[in-house]
Design a protein around this ligand. Structure first.
Ligand code: PLP
Length: 417
């Protein structure tokens, strides 16, 4: 996809930016001057629209209209309205998605629902490389149920052959948080269905960076966060997807009043709301939801296929430049080489990965590190320039060539790495 003659020059990279139809979108983001941000796959940056909408909500809605805002400013419908906007981004129908809780809590709810939808089956099939919360929620849920379900962990190459008639649900990330490897959502969903199992997809690392096509793949269940590529802000609420065909029988194990058929009847007995609403639980976090809603506006101006295309080009450029500028310096590619098999990130391994990332951050190039040795570079086509990639790799080359990373100040570790 990326067609540049070798060796790649700075001028050629600048020309890529000149031809980039998405470059005007960068101005919607409040990016700090001089910072090159490669961590939008962990925490997306602030949009001007979110700052303005949250300020208006604080001052006018909460500040002036107080409790009337639930009706007057539509707070009560926000989980569904924002859910419907996320639905478009993940290829689902508007009534199949609702915003609620965190990704972790939603994993718990949907794993429990999946086990109930497949009585007589006791296995949750997953991979050891999953984001830990996906595994922990399954382990914790298993402890609570009788008979106890079994969490079966197999490597990705063996996943399909591990399917059998005991598997109730396959729980998987669409894009691996560490390596960026992208699972074949359609193929795995089809294989699971052939064995009578459901699939629960964690879309945290793919929504907002590529087309996902849940309906087309006949996907069953999905969750994901809104603070990465969707730029919703730190700790913004997550989403739940349940295919329409499962909604009548799928039950949340958390019987919160916002999932009740008629929350304001204050009935003593729980009755699940029809459809996706039963997967809400308690009062939605309105300020965060407003920030998510505003952050999604930018996606109305762009096709997901365009985003994916630029994201793949950014990744191909990064890999090609690392090979050109940094070869022989101990870096290896942790991500798949073929950009079609990668999400929107490139991960590199180096035995001094932590120190190297700290040295990059000191120069205003912010990626992150995942133990034991992975440097992650998130690719975010809404605001990243091809020149950012050039400059990041130039800095990486200098840090490696001159062993800049080999200094005690780069050893100190914070709580969040
Ligand atoms: C794949 C995946 N799932 C879940 C989470 C986190 O879930 P929560 O939002 O509940 O903290 C992350 C966080 O980075 C993640 O990468």
């Amino acid at each position: 996809m990326l067609e540049l003659s070798s060796p790649i020059t700075r001028e050629a990279v600048v020309a890529l930016d000149r031809g980039d139809a998405l470059s005007p979108l960068r101005h919607h983001f409040d990016l700090p001057q001089g910072l090159l941000y490669f961590d939008g796959n962990s925490l997306g940056p602030l949009l001007h629209a979110s700052r303005q909408r949250v300020a208006e909500t604080l001052q006018q809605h909460w500040g002036q209209d107080l409790i009337q805002s639930w009706n007057r400013h539509g707070w009560i419908d926000l989980p569904r309205r924002v859910g419907a906007r996320v639905a478009r981004l993940i290829g689902a129908e508007p009534d199949e998605v609702v915003i609620a809780d965190s990704t972790s809590i939603n994993l718990f709810k949907l794993l429990a629902a999946a086990l109930d939808l497949r009585p007589g089956r006791s296995v949750i099939l997953s991979q050891p490389s999953q984001f830990p919360t996906d595994l922990y929620m399954a382990q914790g849920l298993a402890e609570l149920r009788q008979p106890q379900p079994q969490l079966r962990l197999v490597e990705s190459d063996n996943l399909i052959s591990a399917l059998d008639s005991d598997v109730a649900v396959v729980s998987l990330s669409h894009v691996d948080f560490k390596t960026g490897e992208r699972a074949d959502l359609r193929r795995i969903t089809r294989a699971a269905h052939q064995h009578g199992a459901l699939v629960l997809w964690d879309l945290s690392h793919s929504a907002g960076a590529m087309e996902i096509g849940l309906s087309r793949a006949e996907a069953d269940l999905a969750v994901g966060c809104t603070y990465k590529f969707l730029n919703g802000g730190p700790g913004s609420p997550a989403y739940v997807y349940v295919a329409r065909r499962h909604q009548e029988r799928a039950q949340s194990p958390l019987w919160g009043w916002f999932g009740h058929r008629d929350p304001f009847a204050f009935d003593t007995h729980y009755m699940p709301a029809p459809g996706i609403d039963r997967f809400q639980c308690g009062t939605p976090p309105i300020l965060s939801l407003v920030a998510v809603d505003a952050a999604l506006d930018i996606f109305d101006q762009v096709e997901l296929a365009q985003l994916r295309q630029k994201s793949m080009m950014l990744g191909e450029l990064l890999v090609a430049l690392v090979e050109q500028q940094c070869s022989g310096r101990g870096l290896t590619l942790a991500s798949p080489r073929d950009s079609k098999s990668r999400g929107s990130q490139v991960s590199l391994r180096h035995s001094a990965g932590y120190q190297i990332m700290q040295a990059l951050i000191e120069r205003g190039i912010v990626g992150d590190f995942r133990a034991p040795d992975v440097l992650r570079f998130g690719l975010t086509p809404l605001y990243q320039r091809f020149l950012d990639v050039w400059e990041a790799v130039e800095a990486l080359r200098d840090i490696l060539e001159n062993r800049v990373w080999d200094h005690p100040r780069f050893q100190r570790r914070g709580v969040v790495t």
